[in-house]
Design a protein around this ligand. Structure first.
Ligand SMILES: Nc1ncnc2c1ncn2[C@@H]1O[C@H](COP(=O)(O)OP(=O)(O)O)[C@@H](O)[C@H]1O
Ligand SMILES: [Mg+2]
Length: 314
């Protein structure tokens, strides 16, 4: 990756890191891709949205964040910038998710929208949004708002299964938000139930149904569908078979869903990752020459390349 003078991108690029399952490496990747880009000279903010299970601060060596997203949810603080914490790494800011009120953990949709537009205005190059596990609507909304949506999965059938569930949920939610006419939105909502009476079993079936109902909405659907392009990362690979998984997820999504998924790369299962988390430090600070650190560099390089191609839009 080439070095940059921060901040040099015309606007902050939001990278959401999600996936259907817990423990697959979303937080590891959010923290370490953020740190890798900072080491290359970019200015980055890492945001933890997992109020029920916040961990991002630990990876970034911030032991007890003084402020967090919880202060924004409760209304104690309305300026997102005032909630940012410094980390030991120059150019890397943190919005933690600790000390949340577990009775009202997530912001409502309007507050979430305020948060996300404030994140886009931060004076930095990249904002990483670490999402919680599962396909809860709040989680999906965090994922969908990204300029990039990274989907992390493990090379295990359970994780692959949850990845497809997540992709489906994210796709239908995106379509519901994109459609303008009430009856078409209603059709999308019904299609979310896999056993719906309309016989819609896949995103492709839904596209056809919408085209038939309303050609104008059909066109919008088709355009939104083409723009929906999550990128998968297979984490903790231990064999060539594991590496191939990213390609098979891509072809399954294309064939059965009509959805294009990019394969952004993989990271091997590496003992160095555990050593780093035990020290509460990013991997490259502890084991810069480890295989996992090299794979992270590759993925970060792709993100930087995509960002520079995206061009100005602030
Ligand atoms: N590539 C890897 N190699 C070895 N261990 C890993 C790797 N990625 C993640 N881990 C381990 O898995 C644990 C869970 O990862 P985490 O990022 O917290 O998952 P999630 O955020 O998806 O719930 C980490 O604490 C780390 O110890
Ligand atoms: Mg996590």
């Amino acid at each position: 990756m080439t070095a940059a003078t921060p901040p040099h991108l015309p606007r902050a690029r939001l990278i959401a890191v999600g996936g259907g399952k817990g423990g697959v490496g979303k937080t590891f990747l959010s923290a370490n891709l953020a740190h890798t880009l900072v080491s290359a000279g970019y200015k980055v903010v890492a945001v933890d949205t997992d109020i029920e299970g916040p961990n991002l601060h630990t990876w970034l060596g911030v032991n007890s964040p003084r402020t967090s997203l919880a202060d924004f949810v409760s209304g104690r603080e309305n300026k997102v910038e005032a909630l940012l914490q410094e980390t030991p790494y120059s150019g890397l800011g943190l919005l933690a998710a600790t000390h949340g009120d577990l009775a009202a953990a997530q912001p409502n949709a309007a507050r979430r929208a305020e948060l996300l537009s404030a994140l886009r205005e931060l004076p930095c190059d990249f904002v990483f949004v670490d999402c919680g596990a599962g396909a809860h609507p709040a989680t999906i909304d965090y994922f969908l708002v990204g300029d990039e949506g990274l989907l992390v999965l493990h090379p295990e059938p359970t994780s692959v299964e949850n990845t497809y569930t997540f992709i489906r949920a994210a796709f239908y939610r995106r379509m519901q938000l994109a459609m303008r006419k009430h009856d078409v939105r209603e059709c999308v909502r019904e299609a979310m139930d896999q056993r719906n009476d309309r016989g819609i079993r896949s995103p492709l079936d839904l596209l056809r149904a919408v085209e038939e109902m309303d050609p104008e909405e059909g066109q919008r659907f088709s355009k939104t569908m083409q723009a929906f392009r999550p990128r998968v990362i297979v984490n903790e690979v231990a064999s060539t078979e594991d590496i191939k998984l990213g390609f098979s997820v891509r072809s399954v999504c294309r064939k059965y869903f009509g959805i294009e998924v990019d394969y952004a790369g993989y990271v091997n299962r590496d003992q160095a990752v555990r050593t780093a988390v035990l020290k509460r430090k990013p991997l490259a600070e502890v084991h810069p020459g480890s295989d996992a650190a090299v794979y992270l560099q590759r993925i970060a390089g792709k993100l930087a390349e995509a960002a520079s191609k995206a061009g100005p839009s602030r």
